[in-house]
Design a binder for this molecule. Sequence first.
Ligand code: ZN
Length: 428
Amino acid sequence: MTAVTFAGARVVDPASHRDDVVNVTVDDGIVTDVGADVIGRRIDAGGLVLAPGFVDLHVHLREPGREDAETVASGTAAAAVGGFTAVCPMANTDPVADHAGVVEQVLRLARDAAHCDVFPVGAVTRGLAGDELAEMGAMAALGVRCFSDDGMPVRSPQVMRRALEYARTWDAIICNHAEESALTGGAQMNEGQLSTLLGLAGWPREAEEVMVARDLVLAGGLGARLHVPHVSTAGAVDLIRVAKARAVRVTAEAAPHHFTLTEERATTYDPVYKVNPPLRGKEDVEAVRNGLADGTIDAIATDHAPHPPEQKEQEWMHAPPGMLGLETSLAVTLTELVEGGVLTLSQAIAALSTNPARSRDITGHGGPIQPGAPANLVLFDPAQRWTVDARGLQSRSRNTPYTGMTLQGKVVHTLLRGRFTCRDGALA
Ligand SMILES: [Zn+2]
């Protein structure tokens, strides 16, 4: 490889507290110079932001089992175009990633596709059934750092406690889908006046909050690491804030739709807005935004959940929950949070990259951008406005709630160890 210098970009790297206009040179897969003159080929990056590639803690790549919805190749292609250099696919595939074989398969598929690095999440329990622990040790031996039955809660406090205790052996993380399912039978949307008005069964905020509270108590008692996925209620944000003040080892993520869209969308009965946990009220959206601003919520994670049209485009009641996220996450974050004055650009990049990488012990991603570091980078135009068109996405599915919306901020280049995975806004 020959050296390439990105000239004139605004380099925003939370890991080194850098935010200034400097040249960045990449050679042979690594960053070789920051702030030097142009070395090798010059690529004009004036007007662009150069940042560590994004890291998504929560995606569903659907392979093995639902290749009609997404594959490891198509999902990681969507990730590359979205500016991601690492994603963590959840274990709720078919078969479930509850043993080493499926984890190895996903790793192999990701290596073959080579669009971004993949760090599979292993299941907590066998078949996501909530009873017996999965083969966590065998998966940990393959490098799995986080275990989750996402989509399904670990209902039994005894199983959850045992999982936390076992994971602590490798200082690994348990991520529990926070839903007390005794309170959400048949739930279709957020519980409240609107659900009554629309005649849809409600998913009460308390169902999330009692589970988060339980998990914080269990993790705190053991000194074990907990990650709370897709925080959606004001009460859950408060619980995590208090736990962090008490030094519980907890990290948390929020999905773009939970800091952008409200339950009002359900009035359309368009199932593209059906998601689990559901879109909540204005005050919850506000609380999630505040949680990101004050660091209670560490990371923005998409919960990218592809579903093929024949499944998703049914009556609301019958449609599966879930939304796409990988190709719109940056633009939604910039439009809603940075333009909206909630986060600085550096805080936004920390939430998209540095914090998620650190929270999961992923090295080589999330910065710092310095000589010797792997060149896992994104360059984006923070000012470019574009209108989301589901037909133009890399994902195999089309269930984005942002269709037709004009957003600000577009990925131009993504580099994985110095190689373009996205170039000039297109899959490389
Ligand atoms: Zn979940």
